[in-house]
Ligand binder design. Structure first.
Ligand SMILES: Nc1ncnc2c1ncn2[C@@H]1O[C@H](COP(=O)(O)OP(=O)(O)OP(=O)(O)O)[C@@H](O)[C@H]1O
Ligand SMILES: [Mg+2]
Length: 253
């Protein structure tokens, strides 16, 4: 289990202060699949970076009761590959020196097969399309067999067909090995297709949530999926309709 209590994060920007997160209280049960959805700038990446330990909150606490430090896999919004290493080198980088070479090679090959890039192990990052590079980044996170898998809009750069395939693959991986997954997206449909629970973020706060108890794999044309989608959209769009500022950034300091 992973718990956030009273988390806030403020940034100093151009002499002023931006509140990226405020009063975030959340529990992520072990083995759960949570999606986080909200408009640009609402604090999704900031929250994920704090969960990953890549950023420290300005206030509040992260609790991992009874647990040792988990293996964490992170997929960022952009691929962040090392351009001087080939695809297999990138995927296996974190395993170097910790596993025998043949084991690393085998695990890299399996991870690349999962993302449909088995034939590109020897390619260089510059030779890949944007979507292929992002799939390499996903393989790099999976190869570590993470207990906590954090994904920041990982499929945003993929075409609709590849995205559907990758969504199903992610669910299959989750069902097989049950990592705790936190998946950030700005796509409400994706949040519903993947999440057991979708958290709605608005202006740095968790403004609502939707529990989604539908079996997997989910069908985007299922009326029940649409029902959840509409409920989330209605809540997320409400402040806009009421004429409130787009985000906290628009508010006077
Ligand atoms: N390193 C930083 N320094 C200063 N301000 C930051 C920093 N990172 C984020 N912010 C601010 O925090 C707020 C939330 O940013 P964040 O990146 O978490 O949004 P997001 O929900 O991930 O948006 P997007 O969907 O566009 O990726 C924004 O106002 C942003 O300007
Ligand atoms: Mg972001």
């Amino acid at each position: 289990m992973l718990e956030l209590a009273g988390i806030g994060r403020r940034y100093r920007v151009a002499g002023g202060e931006v509140t990226a997160l405020a009063d975030v209280d959340l529990v992520f049960p072990r083995g759960s699949l949570t999606t986080i959805v909200g408009r640009s700038g609402c604090g999704k990446t900031t929250l994920l970076r704090i969960l990953a330990g890549l950023d420290q909150p300005s206030e509040g606490e992260i609790r991992r009761p009874g647990a040792k430090a988990p293996r964490i896999g992170v997929v960022f919004q952009e691929p962040r590959l090392m351009p001087w290493l080939d695809v297999a080198g990138n995927v296996g980088f974190a395993l170097r020196g910790r596993q025998p070479r043949p084991v690393i090679a085998e695990r890299c090959a399996a991870a690349l097969a999962l993302v449909g890039l088995a034939a590109f192990a020897g390619a260089m990052p510059a030779q890949l399309s944007g979507g292929m590079a992002q799939r390499v980044a996903i393989a790099r996170a999976l190869v570590q067999e993470p207990e906590l898998l954090l994904l920041d809009e990982p499929f945003a750069a993929l075409d609709a067909f590849t995205r559907r395939a990758m969504q199903n693959e992610l669910v299959a991986i989750w069902q097989r090995s049950r990592p705790t997954i936190v998946f950030v997206t700005h796509d409400v449909e994706e949040a519903v297709l993947l999440g057991e629970r979708a958290l709605e973020m608005q202006a740095g706060r968790v403004a609502g949530h939707e529990d989604i108890a539908l079996p997997y794999p989910r069908d985007p044309t299922d009326p029940q999926v649409n029902h959840h989608r509409r409920a989330i959209l209605e809540r997320l769009m409400a402040p806009l309709a009421a004429g409130a500022p787009l985000s906290h950034q628009g508010e006077p300091r």
